[in-house]
Unconditional design. Structure first.
Length: 226
């Protein structure tokens, strides 16, 4: 399976007082990653549905909403209805992930499933047949700026094999510690979509940072183009 290299800058590393401007500073990004945290599922509190609705009005970039929240079964469809392109929920939090995937899709978005670094992916491979994306966390969810956990790439490799063999149809995304030093290893393992926070919004030129990351990933990944 060959796909375009997707770069999804994470607004968690952006200036929250200037989110519209920050979103528009990365026009060549493929997706805009929005971390929604509730202070319960993870120990941090960020932004919610009203901010996503406001972002939808000021950017044409597809919004990639990552819900690090309790009870996603109740809240996730609201993000799809607000115009999110992809809505990702955590397998550790969803009570009925099969129904939830169907509900997200019915509301107009792609459905994503995320696993934390210590959560194995093998028990959920059948579940992934109901989802469009798999988000592998390469840091503990909750805070930006953490160090990349290379051990999670084994999960990426195992799912990549199933995608390449046609047994699964899912886009593999990675989030946490992705920068110029780590993106090539993630690309080689089989990642399709790379979430990068401080590596983009901490750069002097965020747009140039996006292109630099894309080139690094494409250079080493045989399953990706451009």
């Amino acid at each position: 399976m060959t796909s375009h290299t997707l770069i999804a800058p994470s607004l968690l590393a952006a200036d929250f007082a200037r989110l519209g401007d920050e979103a528009n500073s990365v026009p060549s990004a493929d997706w805009l990653h929005v971390d929604v945290m509730d202070g319960h599922f993870v120990p941090n509190l960020t932004i919610g549905l009203p901010v996503v609705q406001s972002l939808r009005a000021v950017t044409t970039l597809p919004l990639d909403c990552h819900l690090m929240i309790e009870d996603p079964d109740r809240w996730a469809t609201g993000y799809a209805e607000a115009g999110a392109h992809n809505v990702t929920v955590h397998v550790e939090a969803a009570s009925d992930p099969v129904k939830l995937a169907a509900d997200i899709r019915a509301a107009g978005a792609m459905a994503g499933l995320s696993v934390k670094p210590n959560t194995p992916v093998e028990p959920y491979l059948e579940l992934l047949r109901h989802y469009d994306t798999l988000l592998v966390m390469s840091v503990e969810p909750g805070f930006g700026g953490q160090e990349f956990i290379a051990g999670v790439l084994d999960k990426v490799r195992s799912v990549r094999r199933l995608v390449d063999s046609g047994e699964l149809r899912v886009l593999i995304e990675i989030d946490g510690g992705i920068n110029a030093d780590t993106i090539e290893a993630a690309a080689e393992a089989g990642v399709d979509c790379f979430v990068a926070g401080s590596a983009v919004f901490g750069a002097n030129d965020p747009a140039a940072a996006v292109e630099s990351l894309r080139k690094r990933a494409a250079r080493v990944a045989t399953h990706l183009v451009g």
